[in-house]
Design a protein around this ligand. Structure first.
Ligand code: ZN
Length: 109
């Protein structure tokens, strides 16, 4: 994949993730405000929902780190090479996941 196209796709995905994080933060606020008024069961629901939201947040942060690392590789002219073995990563694989740091062999299938 051409670095310019990779950068475009990575930045697009980055913007999506950032927008999602913002709306998720909005969504969490009412749950916290309502906690004094809800019953025990719904409080547990709220806590569970919060744990799930945190997990989603954690994954999102991970993906952002991957994307930032890939963008750095684009900037350094190292994009598209496997971080483990140094071989070029297949275009198909990069199309599916432009932030992938390894070739299909090193990813373990
Ligand atoms: Zn490799």
């Amino acid at each position: 994949m051409k670095p310019d196209r990779a950068r475009e796709r990575l930045e697009q995905r980055r913007a999506e993730l950032t927008a999602l994080a913002d709306s998720a933060a909005e969504g969490r606020r009412p749950v916290e405000l309502d906690q004094s008024r809800v019953g025990r069961l719904s409080r547990m629901d709220a806590l569970q929902g919060q744990a799930m939201a945190l997990e989603t947040e954690r994954r999102r942060a991970n993906e952002l780190r991957r994307i930032d690392a890939a963008l750095r590789r684009v900037a350094d002219g190292e994009y598209g090479y496997c971080l483990t073995c140094g071989e070029t990563i297949g275009d198909k694989r990069l199309e599916l996941d432009p932030a992938t740091p390894t070739c299909v062999d090193c990813a373990g299938g």
